[in-house]
Every structure is written in C-alpha cells, then in structure tokens.
Design a protein around this ligand. Structure first.
Ligand SMILES: Cc1ncc(COP(=O)(O)O)c(C=O)c1O
Length: 385
C-alpha cells in the first residue's frame, strides 16, 4: 500500500540515526523524536539567542504567530482560536477553571484517564462547586454508550472531559458522536488530544469540540515546552481567563503604552496566554508541523495505520498474548498495548536491541509513527517471543 511519501528517504533525511540502525523509536506515546530539520532550527535559534544582537524583530512574536497559524492549519481551526501553552496540563486546567460551570453542574470523565486529565477537574470542582464524576469502564473500554446516555438524559451534566486516545490501551473514542451529543444539549466538551494528533487527523471544521489541549512533545515530535489549546471561537468571550498578564490584555504587544493599564482582555484565544513563552521550543515545533503538512496528515495517518495493523496481525494468532488495543481500526490510533506472558523479559530484550518502547499498566506499549517502517515492526515482533 502506498503511503504517499517515501519513508526510507524521509528517514534518511530526518532521522539519520534511525537510518544508520542505531535505534528504533517506538515510544511516541511517551516522548516523540525531533526530526533533523527541527533540531537544526532549534540549534540555529539558540545560537542566535546566545548572541542577542543577531536577533531581529521577526525572531520574537512572529515566531509565535507562525506557531498559532500552523497549529490551526493542522486541526482545521483558525489562528484566533489557538492559545499557545507550555503543556497539555495547562490547557486542561484552562478548561476546568474557565469553562462556564458552577454549583449544581456535573462534569463527566471516565475511569482509565491519564491523571493529567483527572486532577485538574477534581481540583476545580472543589474550588468552583461543580461535581466531577468518573464513569466506570467496561473492562478496559471507555463506556461511551453510558456517557452518551447520561448526556441525553441527565440534566445536571454540563460538561464532558475525555482523552481522545487512551495512553495505555490506545483506544480512540468517537469524538464526532460525543461532540454532536454535547452540542445538541449545549454541554461543554473538553478533550485531551495529546495521544491522538499527529498519527490521527483532526478536522475541527466538522468535529464539534469546545476546548482541546495538545502537548507537542509526543506525537508532534517537538521540544518539551511547546503545546497549545484550541478554544472554539464562540466560547472565547464566555470564558474568563483564570490568569492574567501583560500578554493576555487587548493592549498586548504595544510597546509604547505599557503604563496605560487597560483591563480589557484580548478578544481572541491569546487572552489565555499570560506572559513570555519558550519561543525556541515553538521554533522547533514550527519546523516539525511544516514537515507534517508537507507530508500530508492523511498520508501520515494511513502510514501509521498500516504499522499498527502489522503489530496486531503479528500477534493476533498468539493465544498467550493479550492485546489491550481495540481490534476495530476506527477505535484505535497509533498505540498498541500487548500483554505477553513475560512483559519484563520481553521489555528487557527490546531494550537490549535499542528498541525504545514503554511498559504501562502491565503491558508493552508500542507507539510507531510516520518515520517507522514495516521492518521496525517486524524486528520488535521477533523479540516478543
Ligand atoms: C493523555 C495524556 N495527557 C497528558 C499527558 C502529559 O501532559 P503534559 O503535556 O502536561 O505533561 C500525557 C502524558 O503521558 C498523556 O498521556
């Protein structure tokens, strides 16, 4: 099956250490690997930063403008709907503390969520007086039917907060169905999408979500510190920012009027940005997002799906292996979690062969991406004996 790009040529250019055979990175669900072009962009920017006189006006705010524009393009949004942040957690806290919610309201989450998408809701519910409830899973599966049922029938439900893709099973929830149900009832839908965007296409021009948080350090193969949140345009004015700073105000960026304190918030999602951001990290992210857009997000999605299918097909006939990841291709992303008879020994064998992976919740987690090949997968499978 053609993937729309030449993965060997891409790898030779962007991941020379992998082309040399130094290691195989199958752990994007923990930390992504920064492509060569982003590494170079980051190094060049840091070099300039160390000799400040070399920097020009375009090296400051315009780099961040570019980051908002690229992030928006990647997800089918507009740059005015993007707030740059420094972690996924920041955007989740933004949702928990600033979505219009209060006493008497109920926010639904799910058991099995990564804690980054639980603690902010627990904490904000106490401060703001709403109730936060985790819907039990069915085995290892998010009970989407129960969540849809509650949205339709429980008048207290005013918000739903879920991860797009599970960090430990790789299950991908149906954003369209849950988003449409929320929109029909005027309920807020907040999503942690760090484990989905990159290997999966997201088009917010047709998927109804109110607020999404993305860290770029995993599947967007960018430096730590680069992250962003999408806030639906109509919602921006309804959300009072939980924090204020010189860049959240309408006067932001006017270097001639610092002392004319003006309490008016910015009208776009930048009202949720507070102060100086790690520009170098966004320079790195910009280079990677340009690469993704060049390759085509649908091509990447197709390529990764074949790798994931290869892992599953390679293990499906083994009665001693339990696959935590859904078999339905529509319900999975790029994480495959498998419980082998001896996870510790298998993990050790993978590590000894420099195959980077993770062990989560008792299973080996393989997380291939756009630069991995079928041979990488076969090599990993051959070690899961
Ligand atoms: C679902 C999910 N959300 C959030 C995070 C990390 O959040 P942050 O970017 O704030 O470190 C992870 C990392 O493992 C994750 O799996």
């Amino acid at each position: 099956m053609t993937t729309g790009y030449d993965v060997q040529a891409l790898r030779a250019r962007e991941y020379p250490w992998e082309a040399r055979g130094d290691a195989i990175h199958l752990d994007h669900a923990s930390i992504g690997v920064v492509p060569q072009r982003s590494r170079e962009a980051l190094a060049a920017y840091n070099d300039k930063r160390a000799e400040m006189h070399a920097m020009r006006a375009e090296d400051f705010f315009p780099r961040l403008d570019r980051a908002r524009a690229l992030a928006a393009q990647l997800i089918g949004a507009s740059p005015e709907e993007i707030a740059l942040t420094t972690s996924t957690s920041w955007g989740i806290n933004l949702a928990a503390y600033a979505l219009p919610l209060g006493p008497g309201d109920l926010v639904l989450g799910s058991d099995g969520e990564f804690p980054a998408n639980v603690y902010p809701w627990m904490s904000a519910s106490k401060v703001r007086g709403f109730t936060y409830e985790l819907v039990p899973m069915i085995g290892r599966t998010v009970d989407q039917a129960a969540i849809l049922q509650r949205i339709a029938t429980d008048p207290r439900v005013k918000g739903v907060a879920l991860s797009w893709v599970s960090f430990w099973t790789g299950e991908k929830i149906d954003l369209d169905a849950i988003g449409a149900a929320c929109r029909a009832r005027g309920i807020w839908f907040a999503v942690d999408a760090i484990q989905g965007l990159g290997p999966c296409v997201l088009d917010l021009s047709r998927t109804p979500v109110d607020l999404i948080s993305f860290g770029a350090q995993k599947w967007l193969c960018s430096p730590w510190g680069a992250a962003f949140a999408y806030v639906r345009r109509e919602l921006i004015a309804q959300m009072k920012p939980p924090a204020a700073g010189w860049l959240s105000q309408a006067s932001a960026g006017d270097f001639n009027r610092f002392l004319d304190y003006d309490p008016a918030w910015r009208s776009d999602a930048q009202r949720f940005e507070v102060g100086s951001l790690p520009i170098q990290d966004f320079v790195g992210m910009n280079a990677t997002l340009e690469l993704f857009l060049e390759l085509g997000t649908a091509n990447i999605e197709r390529h990764v799906a074949t790798l994931v299918e290869r892992v599953i097909a390679g293990l499906a006939t083994r009665p001693d292996v339990e696959i935590y990841t859904p078999r339905d291709p529509a319900r999975r992303a790029a994480i495959v979690a498998v419980r082998t008879p001896d996870v510790a020994a298998d993990s050790q064998r993978l590590r000894a062969a420099n195959i980077v992976h993770a062990v989560r919740e008792g299973a080996i987690r393989l997380a291939p991406h756009f630069h991995n090949t079928a041979d990488d997968i076969d090599r990993a499978l051959s070690l899961l004996v």
